[in-house]
Design a protein around this ligand. Structure first.
Ligand code: NIG
Ligand code: FE
Length: 419
């Protein structure tokens, strides 16, 4: 080793799940903790880490360009948010009173509001306006310690507007330190022009949208809102298999409200992940476990929808040995928050996950839900140097002291971005 670009030292606790692959069941509780640690970075990658004295002796005759001392704070892998609807126009605070008076999420959608309201605002917005709004949200996420974020389309619902949303996501990725991973979700709702003709809208998705998204290389994944009154199991299967033909890996908004069998379908087609899952059955969990589908749970959404029912994280982890991930689901309707730390607290409160499980869910399991477990999601030699520095003494402190931002600094690809 001739040179180190950045040495991060003075780390009170360096905490990370081990390895690159999803951590299933009880493995989620096992994280590596090194006290008084240091991390050495070269060309954006981790080249050494461990007890500070060991790292220092390894680097005895090596040129070190920059050293930062984090003052005894806790360092984890950069957090990964694997499910958001980052790019959209407008906001929906006008629906708050409706929601508070008891009108359900699906009823608001059936009346032409909800997602369809945001579709209008997104249509009306220019690419620059969409970029500016999403950019502010992305900054919030970064300040919360997030270094990689998934972004779904699905507020366009026409070929042109879906491409517009995805181009904005690409532009955000090209111009910001946080990596944006794009998912095509033309099947987020049935647009009013196709009301009562869902099958014809599915034709448009499979014949026109998917080929164009793939040709322009605007997404890696394809997602469908598989739900009562939205897209059926058969329609979801048709869309996702067509996506696969074009190299888009399947994800499903599955069994959120009704147990339609989205989790079973995720197993059947070998989806990379299935998300929400509040109503999923044991059969669905078994199908997911068999095929290694990652459950992405969104406790901020059930919280904000005022539900008393929550995803059965304990059963998924303890009985089905699934590799649970968590995400914000940031969107203007069911979960208008960018705060992964709030969602971590809700994973503790409502999903009864332990602090170690929550870290695993937000790092290596989330990275694998985006097909990036080899590169991010844990602290290991050769991996990208994405680190979050928390002004907290230990992991349990994060969900314990809630409602504030504990991030002290963020390093992305070996560069200090927040300090
Ligand atoms: O994941 N459930 C469907 N889609 C989003 C909500 C989108 C919206 O309400 O704008 C979700 O919760
Ligand atoms: Fe969502």
């Amino acid at each position: 080793m001739e040179r180190i670009d950045l040495l991060v030292t003075g780390i009170g606790r360096l905490v990370s799940p081990p390895g690159n692959v999803p951590r299933c069941g009880q493995q989620m509780k096992q994280v590596d903790v090194i006290t008084e640690a240091a991390v050495a970075i070269r060309e954006g990658r981790i080249v050494a880490f461990g007890a500070a004295r060991d790292v220092m002796s390894l680097l005895a005759s090596v040129e070190i360009v920059e050293i930062i001392d984090v003052g005894g704070r806790m360092v984890t892998p950069g957090l990964v948010d694997p499910h958001t609807h980052l790019v959209h126009g407008g906001s929906r605070e006008h629906e708050l009173a409706l929601k508070r008076s008891g009108v359900s999420y699906l009823d608001i959608l059936a009346q032409g509001g909800g997602i369809l309201n945001t579709v209008q605002s997104t249509h009306a917005a220019s690419e620059q306006e969409l970029y500016d709004k999403a950019h502010r949200s992305l900054n919030e996420m970064l300040l919360n310690g997030v270094t990689t974020v998934e972004a779904k389309s699905g507020y366009g619902l026409t070929l042109e507007d879906e491409l517009k949303q995805l181009r904005v996501a690409k532009h955000l990725n090209d111009t910001n330190p946080v990596e944006i991973v794009s998912t095509f979700m033309g099947a987020h709702a049935v647009p009013p022009a196709y009301k009562g003709r869902t099958e014809e809208y599915v034709d448009l998705i499979v014949n026109d949208m998917i080929p164009m998204v793939a040709e322009e290389e605007l997404a890696e994944f394809c997602d469908v809102f598989c739900e009562q009154g939205v897209f059926t199991i058969e329609q979801t299967r048709r869309i996702l298999l067509k996506g696969l033909e074009y190299g888009l890996l399947p994800k499903i908004h599955a069994d959120e409200i009704e147990p339609l069998g989205g989790a079973e379908l995720a197993g059947e087609i070998g989806a990379i992940s299935a998300e929400h899952l509040l109503a999923a059955t044991d059969k669905g969990f078994a199908a997911m476990a068999e095929q290694g589908v990652i459950p992405v749970l969104l406790p901020g959404t059930s919280f904000n929808l005022g539900l008393t029912k929550h995803a059965r994280a304990r059963d998924m982890i303890d009985a089905f040995e699934l590799p649970v991930a968590i995400a914000t689901d940031y969107n203007p309707g069911s979960c208008p928050t960018e705060s992964i730390q709030l969602v971590m607290m809700l994973a503790s409160l409502n999903l009864k996950m332990t602090p170690e499980e929550i870290l695993t869910a937000c790092t290596i399991n989330a990275a694998n839900a985006l097909g990036r477990g080899q590169h991010i999601g844990s602290i290991a030699v050769g991996k990208r140097a994405d680190l979050t520095i928390f002004d907290a003494p230990n992991l349990a402190y994060l969900p314990y002291h809630f409602g504030i931002n504990h991030t002290f600094g963020v390093i992305k690809n070996g560069k200090v971005i927040v300090w």
